[in-house]
Write a protein that binds this ligand. Structure first.
Ligand code: ADP
Ligand code: MG
Ligand code: MG
Length: 252
């Protein structure tokens, strides 16, 4: 589904990703862990097509297509979802209107008709239940006055609604209390059953107690330096990144 080869990317002429390789198959959940500043968010942004980052070398194929040639919105419509892609508040547009427009853009890409009002309301009801999202929130402008936990639930709700084939979650756990973490993880696990792939980026392994990954990668200084199973995350929790020859304090 996703194949990254020798990816190099800069921000402001500063190399951040330095030859990253990663392959994710359909239905797999991969986790990327790594010290602060190692390039985790950069990878997420580069995949989503954020224009501040310049890809200088390498290849990224998504469903066999070269996505580096595609604009961010094209990538989204092709089935790639980055949580926190829309963290900004959008005044004057209700969350409901925003989501309906986003869903219809996806449906258009898939050759489907616009969703009807009744069908949309039913879909919203079902998906909101999945993440225990208070539907009253959806009447407010996007993210306006949402608490940290509500923002994240809303992200997973968006994910459930848009049904991407690959979802990238960057630090979904930061700022979540244990109940919100569990709800978000259950939402993800539900979607996982439907054969979707996930790239779960996290600094701590706590989230991985709830979303159990198939593969764990360690990203240090712009490259994947180690790959393993779930046990790698547990090892890292015990030993820290120092075992891998990384001075975490120095990285921060
Ligand atoms: P991580 O998510 O692993 O903590 P990031 O990808 O956010 O790491 O950052 C990697 C490096 O890129 C850091 O050294 C950071 O300071 C730098 N960086 C990230 N965003 C920017 C930016 N907008 N401008 C300049 N440097 C940046
Ligand atoms: Mg960081
Ligand atoms: Mg980050």
């Amino acid at each position: 589904m996703l194949e990254i080869k020798n990816l190099h990317a800069n921000i402001e002429d500063q190399p951040i990703l330095k030859g990253l390789d990663l392959t994710i198959n359909a239905g797999e959940v991969h986790s990327i862990m790594g010290p602060n500043g190692s390039g985790k968010s950069t990878l997420a942004q580069v995949l989503a097509g954020h224009e501040a980052f310049e890809v200088t070398e390498g290849e990224v194929r998504f469903h066999g297509e070269d996505i580096l040639e595609m604009e961010a919105d094209e990538r989204a419509r092709a089935g790639l979802f980055l949580a926190f892609q829309y963290p900004v508040e959008i005044p004057g547009v209700s969350t409901m209107q925003f989501l309906k427009a986003a869903l219809n853009a996806h449906r258009k890409e898939r050759g489907q008709d616009e969703i009807g009002a009744v069908e949309f309301m039913q879909l919203v009801k079902t998906k909101a239940k999945l993440v225990e999202l208070n539907q009253e929130l959806l009447k407010r402008p996007v993210n306006e006055g949402f608490s940290g936990g509500e923002k994240k639930r809303h992200e997973i709700f968006q994910l459930a609604l848009l049904e991407p084939s690959l979802a990238i979650l960057d630090e979904t756990d930061s700022g979540l209390d244990i109940d919100a973490l569990r709800i978000v993880a259950e939402g993800v696990n539900q979607l996982r059953k439907e054969g979707r792939s996930f790239l779960v980026i996290t600094h701590y392994q706590r989230l991985l107690n709830y979303i159990v990954p198939d593969v764990v990668h360690v990203l240090v200084n712009g490259r994947i330096v180690k790959t393993g199973g779930r046990e790698l995350a547990l090892e890292l929790e015990k030993s820290g990144y120092a075992e891998l020859g990384v001075d975490e304090e120095a990285e921060q």
